[in-house]
Design a protein around this ligand. Structure first.
Ligand SMILES: C[S@@+](CC[C@H](N)C(=O)[O-])C[C@H]1O[C@@H](n2cnc3c(N)ncnc32)[C@H](O)[C@@H]1O
Length: 314
């Protein structure tokens, strides 16, 4: 693997977590451990962290990084989806948490390893599973979904205007032979893209389709929604929820969740008397999302689409 994962919005995330000495925290996307290590350093190790990742390979890297700094007794690592972290909290008998961080998406370790199939820059198996022990791969999807299903995934999760053309091309090509590699898929997308549009586009034509398939393979939006639907019950008063997202679909989910939970009544407009009985549960700390500085983006291109939102439990 070529690169080291640089935690995005590192200083800002640690500051916004408002860490409490001896508190209990969840890092639901521990990755290589960057944010967790920042939290440990900021409190001289006087906190307890449950670190979750659905990628076993990355958990090993997190473990090494945490151990090399002597913080291993302060972190419990588990291989899991973050939507299942509440079951782990039960097993650990950690009742309520003092804060949560999610740094969504994939890490440089995953993108830069061609064998994981996330990148169109290098050839590899068309996999894209964060957890390789589970579920179906991107290759399974592109070779089995109907034209309509493929088109919808590419349009909804990739926000790709050329979704119908790309889906049609995929269906046409897979009749000749199954699509098994990132290069094969990338070439198909390039064929579907008119040359003029290719020249005008700032990003690689495969960016959106690859994003769409990755979201579908890992059910990323459902994961986030499931997590958010349960997390407030497991947070102490004053706990902060810090979420860093990398595309508008995730950011929208977080924004709407915070907005809804920051309101007393969520009855439909026009309802004269409240019938929902909803009570606000959070205060929004970041009215606008926090974005990386120009300096951070220059140092780490991956940071350019990051948005961080923070709320505090009432
Ligand atoms: C952007 S990286 C996190 C990097 C980490 N904050 C750091 O500083 O090293 C995202 C990580 O979250 C993991 N991940 C994404 N979705 C997940 C989910 N639903 N459950 C658990 N882990 C997930 C990925 O496998 C990846 O390792």
């Amino acid at each position: 693997m070529k690169s080291v994962h640089k935690p995005v919005l590192f200083k800002e995330a640690i500051e916004f977590l408002n860490l409490k000495e001896n508190g209990y925290y969840l890092d639901g996307t521990i990755g290589a451990g960057g944010h967790t290590i920042g939290m440990l350093q900021a409190t001289s190790g006087n906190i307890n962290i449950l670190g979750i990742d659905r990628d076993k390979e990355i958990l090993k890297i997190a473990e090494q990084n945490i151990r090399s700094l002597g913080f291993e007794s302060k972190v419990i690592l588990r291989h899991s989806k973050f939507s299942d972290s509440f079951k782990i909290l039960d097993e650990l008998e950690w009742d309520k948490l003092d804060g949560v961080i999610l740094d969504l998406g994939i890490s440089s370790y995953q993108v830069d390893n061609p064998h994981r199939g996330f990148s169109f820059h290098e050839n590899g198996p068309l996999d894209m599973r964060m957890d390789r022990s589970q579920g179906i791969s991107a290759s399974d999807l592109v070779n089995s979904l109907t034209y309509e299903e493929l088109k919808d995934i590419i349009r909804l999760y990739g926000e790709e205007p050329l979704a119908p053309k790309i889906a049609r091309k995929i269906v046409e090509k897979r009749k000749l032979s199954p699509i098994k590699t990132t290069k094969e898929l990338c070439d198909i997308i390039l064929e579907a893209y008119p040359a003029k549009r290719r020249r005008r586009s700032k990003r690689h034509p495969a960016t959106k389709t690859f994003q769409a398939l990755r979201i579908a393979v890992n059910e990323e939006l459902k994961e986030l929604e499931d997590f958010l639907s349960k997390v407030l019950d497991r947070l102490n008063h004053g706990a902060r929820i810090v979420i860093i997202s990398f595309h508008s679909l995730e950011d929208r989910i977080v924004k709407h969740f915070f907005k809804r939970e920051a309101k007393d009544c969520i009855c439909p407009p026009g309802q004269m008397v409240c019938i929902c009985g909803h009570k606000k549960r959070v205060k929004i700390i970041t009215k606008k999302p926090i974005v990386p500085s120009g300096e951070e983006i220059e140092e780490n291109k991956r940071a350019r689409s990051a948005k961080m939102r923070v709320a505090e439990v009432l």
